[in-house]
Design a binder for this molecule. Sequence first.
Ligand code: ASP
Length: 403
Amino acid sequence: MNSRWFAPALLAAALFGWLLALFFGDVEWLNATTRLIQDGFLAGLKMIIAPLIFFSLFVGVLRLRNAGSMGKLGGVTVLYYLTTSGIAIILGLIVVFFIHPWTESPPISDLPQIPTKLIDTEAGSIAAMLTGVLRSMLSNPFTALAELNILGILTSAVLFGLAAAWTLPKDSPWPGLLQQLTDVIFKCATWILTLLPLGLFAITFQLTHRIEMHTLVALGQFALVVFAATAVHGLIVLPFIAWLLTGTHPIRLFTAIAQPLFTAFITSSSAATLPLSMRAAEENLQVHRDKAAFVLPLGATVNMDGTALFEGIAVIFLAYMFNVDLSPMAIVIVFFVTMLASAGAPGIPSGSMAGLQVVILAVGIPLEAIALLLLIERPLDTFRTAVNVEGDLIGTLIAEKYA
Ligand code: ASP
């Protein structure tokens, strides 16, 4: 489906599902059919998610080899990207720790929980929790893939990626082959995601029985918290980093990058904004073309501060709404898995939704929970994409000065 129509189609599907459930929610065959579509769609997603994460992360880590061969520029860029994504997630988690107005509404408690939590958050001692986490991380890769053990999949993908980056000769055909295999898996995922409007219609129909006014209010409060935290990161934290490390005054910064920021806001796509970001970096920020050509495309794929921040808050929100306890150890897992998920998110509208599934599964929140977010996701994507692009552009200033 043409991506321009995708977002309105999602909205229309959700609205249709909601209205149908309001007026015909008790019609038995409608109930049974939508449940079938919902279960089929979610099963399709679960089918593709394990190979998708494994291969895209494997290839992503392998590709960092190119960053390594860029020497200092690669090092400075990757360090900056990791640091700012980490700051964004921590900021999101701190904000949500203090501000969580939705806890005044009751959770949506009657949704099915997935049978086994990856981490037993009730396990008493820290040692027991650590053992559980380690067991998940170090499980046999085949078992991890078969059981959708997210931590295990992430660990083996990173490990194999690093080992491959280390050992494969420069002219090895493997990176290319693995990339092609990843493209094939992405194609399958795209096919399944084409059915997203249908899936969303069915899920919304099913959810409507459980969504009450207070859940909608909670969603609105969640959106406001995400919006506020994103604004703090985009208007205070990132400009402060730029000023501290490169001496660029915030007004000069925002004047120079206004056009790509606006485009990112309108298109909700870091990738689509790339040409404008390149031009702004070269012409307005006076960054050398070669550096911008390395830092920006890499950033549009792996550096997503707004996305990382959004995902951190979203997981805490969904955990509450779906009655899943998060232990301190689970929060640490949210941090690391969100780092990886935001780095793996493609720079397209709603690109983070696939990675977000990984984060919520990693802490035992049911996959159905995503449907709740899809209802509010579109307006939030505009702001977070602008912050994603802002982070990349500040990265060019830092690379210019330090690499
Ligand atoms: N739309 C975002 C981007 O392109 C990705 C996302 O968070 O969904 O940067």
